[in-house]
Design a binder for this molecule. Sequence first.
Ligand SMILES: Nc1ncnc2c1ncn2[C@@H]1O[C@H](COP(=O)(O)OP(=O)(O)O)[C@@H](O)[C@H]1O
Ligand SMILES: N[C@@H](CCOP(=O)(O)O)C(=O)O
Length: 316
Amino acid sequence: MAVSVFAPASLANFSVGFDALGLAVKPVDNTLLGDLVSVEQAQGENSLKVVGEFADKLPSAPEDNIVWSCLHLFNEAMADAGLATEKVTITLEKKMPVGSGLGSSACSVVAALAGLNAYYRDCFDEKAMLKMMGQMEAKISGSLHYDNVAPCYLGGLQLMVADEHIISRSLPDFKDCFYVMAYPGIEVSTKAAREVLPENYCRKDLLSYGQNLASFVDACHRQDKTQAFAVLQDVVAEPYRQQLLPGYEQARNYLLAQGSLAVGISGSGPTLFCVCDQQERAQELARWLQDNYLQTELGFVHVCRVDDLGARTLKD
Ligand SMILES: Nc1ncnc2c1ncn2[C@@H]1O[C@H](COP(=O)(O)OP(=O)(O)O)[C@@H](O)[C@H]1O
Ligand SMILES: N[C@@H](CCOP(=O)(O)O)C(=O)O
């Protein structure tokens, strides 16, 4: 039996929750923005085939692909649980640009691990899966953060909680909002974008950070869109990372002047996101970003909604 799992793009940090908030997104035109992994029984040894638009951006040796590490981690977990495994052929359809700020590595990790779990008829529960996903994401970015893998796996808007038995909780999101995601077509590695951040923050920024995040979470629970987007300001990463994003400041100023509810960096960038509550306005801003924010022919812009489903098995 072969299984195929799709894992969607995500917008980590959401400006106010560095390493603590993440939103799964899906284009309104139904483009599959995310990675696909299929798992089937092998004739011989374990193998990994990589296809898709961004396959050539990944290391050529299968052992250097994070999906291969996922297979090893999953097999170890099966052995620890006293369960037998088979040799498998894995195919990764790499539809996501690498180093994009759209949770590309998380898409591969989540699709691979969820695909393997589906192949073995859901041997592991959600928490065990999330822990493995976090471990694989940390291997790539150099530090443990769940703000891509949690929304990518579970869907919706996720808040990382300081309890390793829970890891992530769903927050109520704003169903009438559109998220315009503009990927300029250049690469910014998450590791490098973490290295530009300061070791210490001043008291003023610390206080703003706590107040913005708390106000945002409160506004989500009360479905107070005005408060939620008024406090969506990043004092932790954006001031230091925007130097890595050509044209970011100019685009941000323009989009805010045109009535966007909020503008920010998606994950560690270079993708920029802006929020609107009218689809027509979102489409207009998407056209402007297409003409003014993209740097190479690999760039794209999508008008998205929240993806409530997260990782899902696709039928043939
Ligand atoms: N399947 C994979 N998907 C994405 N990146 C991968 C994968 N396998 C290995 N990598 C490597 O991991 C790194 C991912 O970089 P990162 O900046 O974390 O990407 P992103 O921010 O898009 O998740 C790159 O060096 C890339 O070559
Ligand atoms: N919280 C992380 C998120 C990285 O997201 P990515 O999509 O750029 O991998 C960070 O900001 O470093």
